[in-house]
Design a binder for this molecule. Structure first.
Ligand SMILES: [Zn+2]
Length: 66
């Protein structure tokens, strides 16, 4: 079982890492938080939806959600 925190995992996604500091919450998992910079970047096309979904799948697989 892989055991990444969402914060660690996001570091494997450089395009996500580039916007992380703009998230409203420092411990943002980029799933359902308001004012999430990653979700905003996906909506604007700066992060590909495929990559974002890969991220979400890994997060859910790790069962490490709060
Ligand atoms: Zn976020």
């Amino acid at each position: 079982m892989v055991d990444f925190t969402p914060q660690e995992l996001s570091h494997f996604f450089p395009e996500m890492r580039a916007v992380l500091h703009d998230c409203h919450f420092a411990n943002c998992t980029h799933r359902h938080e308001p004012q999430c910079a990653v979700k905003a970047a996906v909506e604007e096309g700066r992060i590909s939806e495929e990559r974002y979904h890969n991220y979400l799948n890994i997060i859910e697989d790790t069962n490490n959600t709060q």
